[in-house]
Design a binder for this molecule. Structure first.
Ligand SMILES: N[C@@H](CCC(=O)N[C@@H](CS)C(=O)NCC(=O)O)C(=O)O
Length: 216
């Protein structure tokens, strides 16, 4: 039985799994999860919550196994595929990649999501102004984490092992709303150049969601 990814086109978290699937040419089914007044699952909200009590996408089903958390799903699918340069079997190499992915979830995503919510979701969908103190706090935090990447990218084109890996996929997906959410990536030129390298790959181009309504 093929793994099935329950996904949403606009989700950064689902996108990192979809980029991986494209990179490794994985044979998986992808199903778009409806969004309803109560959240993901639409009219099947209860069934969706039974799969993921967090109510979030992505979710992977494979046989009787259910997995949530996008990075865990990536690790599982990459291992299923067999040894590959994106998630190699060497444990020291893997640890380097996992380090960046865990860092993304702990630090980059909260800052990036904060800016997405304030600068994009509030004005566009909630018809509210951004809260300037929240924007300031998330911007400071965003700069802090981007400075770490900027430093690493001084001597490498990619984050872990000096080559494109799951680390680059996870972090680039977290930045997919950078432009529309006014994330100050331009202040970190090596990060900007790295993101452009990742975004030039067919896996990024082919997983681009349709544009969200509204400017930017
Ligand atoms: N840490 C989770 C985050 C998943 C997540 O926040 N997904 C968002 C979509 S981008 C979601 O489902 N939000 C709906 C909600 O929070 O109710 C992962 O990496 O998979």
């Amino acid at each position: 039985m093929k793994p099935k990814l329950l996904s949403s086109l606009g989700s950064q978290h689902a996108r990192r799994v979809r980029v991986l699937a494209h990179e490794l040419n994985l044979d998986i089914d992808i199903e778009e999860v409806m969004y309803g007044p109560q959240g993901f699952g639409g009219e099947q909200r209860d069934q969706f919550l039974a799969l993921n009590p967090n109510g979030k996408v992505p979710v992977l089903r494979h046989g009787d196994m259910v997995l949530w958390e996008s990075n865990a799903i990536m690790w599982y699918l990459a291992e299923l595929h067999g040894d590959n340069p994106l998630w190699p079997s060497d444990r020291r190499e893997r640890a380097q990649i996992a380090m960046w992915q865990v860092w993304q979830a702990a630090h980059v995503t909260p800052a990036a999501d904060g800016l997405f919510y304030e600068n994009r979701v509030k004005p566009m969908f909630l018809k509210q102004d951004p809260d300037s103190s929240q924007v300031e706090q998330h911007t400071q935090s965003f700069h802090r984490w981007m400075a770490v990447m900027e430093h690493y990218l001084e001597n490498a084109d990619y984050l872990a092992l000096g080559r494109f890996t799951c680390a680059d996929i996870s972090i680039s997906a977290a930045l997919m709303q950078a432009e529309s959410s006014r994330m100050p990536i331009g202040d970190h030129p090596r990060v900007q150049a790295w993101l452009e390298r990742v975004q030039a790959r067919p896996s990024w181009v082919e997983t681009e969601p349709p544009p969200m309504p509204g400017p930017g």
